[in-house]
Design a protein around this ligand. Structure first.
Ligand SMILES: *Cc1c(COP(=O)(O)O)cnc(C)c1O
Length: 340
């Protein structure tokens, strides 16, 4: 038994999901003729109270399309210094949209409305790049699955409206935040112009993301997705996995969160651990004590068939997901208790 705690993207489709995929009705989605894709897009748009949605092969393509929708070359995007759109999308904001990023020094990937206000450029000043877009990430990836206070997002959304800025939510793991904070998709739908959602993370699909917005946004997004090479054909097989996940894999995210908290508790009392970041969802970030080598720690677990991520400088990451059983958590805890 391999216990893979590297990421929530390592899940394999469940039997129920595979059955749903195999029996999907499909068509050529480039001609908008795939009924299952259309059903998924309508379903998620209704869930968030948005006008329309579009299926994408990846969260990166969905985010990059959103950035392109809201900006012109030379414009500036405000985001946290840890944001996925800045750090982990291959420099796509510059490559695809020709924009720069103004990085905010937030807390675990989260910033305040005040910080946004301070960083909006003066549009009358010809020396400054025009601030056009603010991107929020919930839960924060690099911030260890931290969840935003929705009250702060409301303030940021208001600042954006008052200053003629668009606001995009990178909600790759938004459902983790909704479940952890007992919030609803509609609460987020009304605060953002566009939202991206990953089906391939905690929701357990093999592939897929969605971008939500107005009919106008999605009409343009369809063109940008084509330009980026993301036009796909009989993807109803994949959309069926998405529909299945929305129906069956949302509430259960609380189980992943409970497992992460159980693991964090053991780490907190382990003498060879220096610090464990607060665990709010399914990601545990922790630091080994001085004198313990991080790669050695990773290797010791690997010898016991347990895979975790070493992030450098003594920082490590464990992620729980659909394919992590209680039995696996028991085994991990047993191993951790006698590791050093
Ligand atoms: C995973 C992730 C994405 C999208 O990643 P893809 O691998 O392109 O699907 C975007 N934002 C965040 C915060 C993520 O964690």
């Amino acid at each position: 038994m391999i216990i893979n705690l590297l990421s929530d993207t390592v899940t394999k489709p469940t039997k129920g999901m595979l059955d749903a995929m195999l029996s999907a009705e499909v068509g050529d989605d480039v001609f908008k003729a795939d009924p299952t894709v259309n059903r998924l897009q309508e379903k998620i748009a209704a869930l968030f109270g948005k006008e329309d949605a579009l299926f994408f092969p990846s969260g990166t393509m969905a985010n990059q399309t959103a950035i392109k929708l809201h900006t012109q070359p030379g414009d500036q995007l405000i985001c946290d210094k840890w944001a996925h759109v800045y750090n982990y999308e291959g420099g796509g904001a510059a490559f695809n949209s020709g924009i720069s990023c103004k990085l905010l020094d937030g807390d675990r990937g989260m910033f305040t409305a005040g910080q946004v206000v301070e960083n909006i450029s003066n549009r009358e000043d010809i020396h400054a790049a025009i601030t056009r877009l603010v991107a929020v990430e919930n839960t924060t990836n690099k911030g260890g699955g931290a969840c935003w206070d929705i009250e702060e997002i409301k303030k940021i959304s208001k600042v954006c409206r008052e200053n003629d800025l668009a606001i995009h939510l990178d909600g790759a793991r938004l459902f983790n935040a909704l479940v952890a904070k007992n919030e609803t998709p509609k609460q987020y739908g009304e605060l953002f112009d566009t939202i991206s959602i990953c089906l391939s993370k905690g929701l357990g699909c093999p592939v897929g993301s969605l971008l939500l917005g107005t009919k106008e946004h999605i009409k343009k997004a369809l063109r940008y997705r084509k330009v980026l090479g993301g036009g796909m054909r009989q993807i109803g097989y994949l959309a069926a996995a998405g529909i299945y996940a929305l129906d069956n894999h949302v509430e259960r995210l609380s189980e992943d969160h409970a497992k992460a908290k159980r693991i964090a508790k053991v780490l907190e009392t382990s003498p060879y651990i220096k610090m464990v970041e607060p665990v709010e969802t399914n990601i545990i970030i922790f630091y080994v004590a001085d004198g313990i080598n991080e790669q050695d720690f990773v290797q010791k677990l690997k010898e016991k068939n347990i895979l975790i991520t070493g992030m450098g400088q003594g920082k490590l990451r464990i992620v729980t997901h659909l394919d992590v059983t209680d039995e696996m958590v028991d085994k991990l805890i047993e191993v951790l208790k006698k590791l050093y």
